[in-house]
Design a protein around this ligand. Structure first.
Ligand SMILES: [Zn+2]
Length: 322
C-alpha cells in the first residue's frame, strides 16, 4: 500500500454466477480485487466459506493489519434487511431465505459486516465516485435480466420504512400487462430490461414478422439486447420497434422519477447500457415527446461509469458508512 495507515474496507458482490470482491479505500480506490464462480451448488455454507477465503486472501496479499480494515460490506441479489443483516429472499441463490448472513460472515471473518441489496450498493458507488459524483441525489436503473435500482437521497441510500425501497423494476407501467416473477402484472422490468428487449423481437419473429434476426430465432439461438441494438442500427424494422418500446418504458420511468423525487440525475447501467449514446438519445427524445408538464424540467439521464465493479465498490463504501 502507498500509505500503510490508510483504512480499507472489503466489498463483496454476490451474484448468481460469480462472486466479485475488492479491497477499497474510503475514496473508492480499488487496491486489489478477486472474482470466482459462485459455489452455490453446495449450498449456503460453501458460499459463506468461499467469501471468507476471498476476504482473507485480499487482506493477506495487501499485508493489512486488522486495525486497518474497517469492515466488510456485502451485496446480495435479493431482498435484504440491512438493519439486522438478514437476507429475506433471494431467487438466484436457493437456500438463502431468511438467513442472518451478516452474523454468519462476521463469525467467519471477525469483521463488522453490513449487508445490502446489490443494486443499492451499485447506486451508492455511482453516486459517490461514478456517474453521479458530486450529486446529493441520484437514481440508478440497471438494465439486465431484470431492472434493478437504488435511490440515493441527501447523499445516502434511501431504504424506505420497511427497507424495501428502490425496487423501480416493479413499478407498474402497463396495468393488466405481462406477468412478472414478483407476482404483479405490468412491471417495468418485463418491458424495459435487456431480456424484455430481446424477447420482444423473438416473439415478433415467432409470430411471423420478418427481421435480420429471423434465421437465428428459427434456429433456436438465444438473442440478447446487443443483437437488437445491432439490428436496429442496421435499419431492421423489428429491431427498431423493440428498441423504441423498451426506451419508451424507460422514459416513462424517468419522467415518473423526475416528478416524484426530482433527482440530480438518473443513471442507466447494466448490460443494455452498453448501447451508450444509442440508448441515451432514444430515451431523451421520448422523454421530450411525452413530458410536456410545466411542473418539472427534463430529467438528466446519464450512463453508468463503474461497470461490473460498482457492486463491490459500493459494498465497501457502505462498510465505511459513506
Ligand atoms: Zn415485478
Amino acid at each position: 500500500m502507498n500509505n500503510p495507515s490508510e483504512k480499507v474496507a472489503i466489498g463483496i458482490d454476490i451474484g448468481g454466477t460469480a462472486i466479485k470482491g475488492g479491497a477499497v479505500t474510503s475514496s473508492g480506490d480499488v487496491l486489489t480485487q478477486r472474482e470466482s464462480p459462485t459455489a452455490n451448488g453446495s449450498g449456503l455454507d460453501s458460499v459463506i466459506a468461499q467469501i471468507a477465503t476471498m476476504v482473507s486472501s485480499m487482506i493477506e496479499s495487501l499485508g493489512l493489519e486488522s486495525g486497518h480494515v474497517v469492515g466488510l460490506g456485502v451485496g446480495v441479489p435479493g431482498l435484504v434487511d440491512y438493519r439486522d443483516g438478514r437476507v429475506i429472499d433471494c431467487a438466484n441463490l436457493p437456500g438463502w431465505e431468511n438467513v442472518q448472513v451478516a452474523k454468519l460472515l462476521g463469525d467467519r471473518t471477525g469483521l463488522r459486516v453490513s449487508i445490502e441489496n446489490d443494486a443499492n450498493n451499485a447506486a451508492l458507488a455511482e453516486a459517490k465516485i461514478g456517474a453521479g459524483r458530486g450529486s446529493e441525489s441520484m437514481v440508478l436503473l440497471t438494465l439486465g435480466t431484470g431492472v434493478g435500482s437504488g435511490i440515493v437521497l441527501g447523499g445516502s441510500l434511501w431504504h424506505g420504512s420497511d427497507a424495501t425501497a428502490g425496487e423501480l423494476g416493479h413499478t407498474i407501467v402497463q396495468p393488466g400487462g405481462r406477468r412478472c416473477t414478483c407476482g404483479q402484472q405490468g412491471c417495468l422490468e418485463v418491458y424495459a430490461s435487456a431480456s424484455a428487449t430481446a424477447r420482444r423481437v423473438v416473439e415478433a419473429i415467432q409470430t411471423g414478422a420478418k427481421s435480420v434476426l429471423s434465421e437465428r430465432v428459427h434456429r433456436g439461438e438465444p438473442l440478447n439486447s446487443a443483437d437488437v441494438v445491432e439490428a436496429a442500427k442496421a435499419g431492421d424494422a423489428e429491431g427498431r420497434q423493440a428498441w423504441d418500446e423498451s426506451c419508451r418504458y424507460l422514459s416513462i420511468a424517468a419522467i415518473n422519477l423526475q416528478h416524484t423525487l426530482n433527482p440530480a440525475c438518473i443513471v442507466l447501467g447494466g448490460g443494455m447500457s452498453a448501447a451508450g449514446e444509442f440508448l441515451l438519445a432514444n430515451v431523451n427524445r421520448q422523454c421530450e415527446d411525452m413530458m410536456s408538464s410545466r411542473l418539472a424540467s427534463l430529467p438528466d439521464i446519464r450512463l453508468a461509469q463503474l461497470g461490473n465493479d460498482a457492486g463491490f465498490i459500493g459494498a465497501a463504501l457502505n462498510a465505511f458508512g459513506i
